[in-house]
Design a protein around this ligand. Structure first.
Ligand code: SF4
Length: 107
């Protein structure tokens, strides 16, 4: 493989990564579930008009039950904000695992 071909693939890989990062779906802080405790982490309301709210898949409140809980309909909300680095990492893992990007941490 020539240097020019290698350079082309590196640039293309970087551009694709940047585009994916820019357009990655994010939880909308304007559509928070009403039962979230205040703080940076939150779940979006299942009635989010964009249709991207929680779908009650149970991943987050099964994976981190100390921080996420389910309402009467099975939709998630944040019941306790993480404080330690380990707790924050655990909540970030739930955020990454959420299939509909319904967890945010910019609240
Ligand atoms: S992981 Fe996402 S979709 Fe699943 S219950 Fe939690 S917030 Fe809802």
């Amino acid at each position: 493989m020539s240097k020019m071909t290698l350079c082309f693939f590196v640039i293309r890989t970087c551009l694709v990564g940047a585009i994916r990062l820019y357009y990655a779906p994010m939880a909308n802080p304007k559509n928070k579930h009403p039962k979230n405790v205040s703080g940076s982490f939150y779940c979006t309301d299942p009635d989010d008009k964009s249709g991207e709210g929680c779908i009650a898949c149970n991943i987050c409140y099964s994976g981190a039950p100390e921080f996420f809980a389910e309402d009467d309909s099975g939709n998630a909300y944040v019941k306790k904000q993480p404080l330690t680095p380990e707790e924050i990492t655990l909540c970030e893992e739930q955020m990454d695992a959420c299939p509909v990007s319904s967890i945010g941490k910019n609240g």
